[in-house]
Design a protein around this ligand. Structure first.
Ligand code: COA
Length: 161
């Protein structure tokens, strides 16, 4: 477990384990429904918030994934693909703006540097753009993508390490 010191409650980060699956699915659904609903329509939120447990199980174990805890409570999770794509970066709504995502990104960057990855990129949502900008990502392009019949604005952002 790695501890990150900040002005906020302590954030502990450890690698994802298979037993974290239901917790991260629940957190993902709440983060999308409660935090992203400011930026997207109810139909878009319904399309985005769908999860398939088996697919999630396989995806989480297929690449490095980290889980964050504050006060022993699951507060966030994030992953990174071999090509530097951060696909998942989600924080429990009641733990947002406490540095949880910043701590998760620090773990991703440490992993990237150890593994010779020179560039990280992500397909940011409208709500996460300010976070990625704060962390030094720049926007390469804005595009529309279709997910389960709904069109979404997606921001392709990258950070050179
Ligand atoms: C985006 C998200 C992961 C950020 O997590 P977080 O733990 O709240 O982020 P942090 O506390 O580490 O934020 C660090 C800095 O980023 C910026 N930031 C983060 N969220 C922000 C917001 N909603 N609006 C403006 N700036 C924001 C701020 O500068 C913040 O520092 P400050 O709180 O001292 O002002 C979280 O809001 C979330 O899960 N959102 C919903 C799901 C989502 O869109 N995920 C991304 C999919 S690509």
């Amino acid at each position: 477990m790695v501890e990150f010191e900040s002005q906020f409650p302590r954030v502990d980060i450890r690698p994802y384990q298979a037993s974290d699956l239901d917790g991260v699915i629940d957190l993902f659904v709440r983060a999308v429904r409660e935090s992203a609903s400011e930026y997207y329509s109810p139909a878009q939120i319904d399309a985005w918030a769908q999860t398939d447990r088996e697919e999630w199980h396989a995806a989480r174990l297929s690449r490095p994934t980290w889980v964050a805890f504050t006060d022993d409570e699951l507060a966030g999770f994030a992953d990174v693909h071999k090509n530097g794509l951060i696909d998942m970066m989600f924080v429990e709504p009641r733990h947002q703006r406490k540095g949880v995502a910043t701590a998760l990104l620090a773990s991703i960057e440490e992993h990237a540097e150890k593994n010779g990855m020179r560039v990280l990129h992500t397909y940011a949502s409208l709500g996460s753009q300010p976070f990625f900008e704060y962390c030094g990502f720049t926007m390469l392009l804005a595009r529309a993508v279709e997910v389960r019949g709904q069109r979404f604005a997606q921001l392709v952002m990258e950070k050179v390490l």
